[in-house]
Design a protein around this ligand. Structure first.
Ligand code: SF4
Length: 91
């Protein structure tokens, strides 16, 4: 751990998704609403979604739910068939 912490004492987790952030309740709600708005035919399967997010969790470009390589919220990018990782171009 880097030893850095936010002002409220929570550690800063660079490898977290929005779903994991201790102070992210409002952002999580917005994220869930956006995910619900994606038409089913444009979404990847649940299995593919989880696989994509596993890759993001292992990636050094993930910073509190945002991809530093492209600026997307990875949980939204991962849900869409047409969106791919900017580095691998595959998932
Ligand atoms: S989208 Fe790709 S580059 Fe961005 S955090 Fe996920 S795995 Fe890393």
């Amino acid at each position: 751990m880097s030893g850095s912490a936010a002002e409220d004492g929570h550690p800063v987790c660079r490898k977290c998704l929005i779903a994991d952030l201790p102070r992210g309740a409002e952002l999580r709600k917005i994220l869930e609403e956006r995910l619900e708005q994606i038409p089913p035919e444009e979404k990847v399967s649940d299995e593919e979604y989880r696989a994509r997010l596993r890759e993001c969790r292992r990636c050094g470009q993930l910073h509190e739910g945002t991809c530093a390589a492209c600026g997307c919220y990875v949980e939204l990018r991962a849900a869409r068939k047409a969106k791919h990782c900017p580095l691998t171009k595959t998932s």
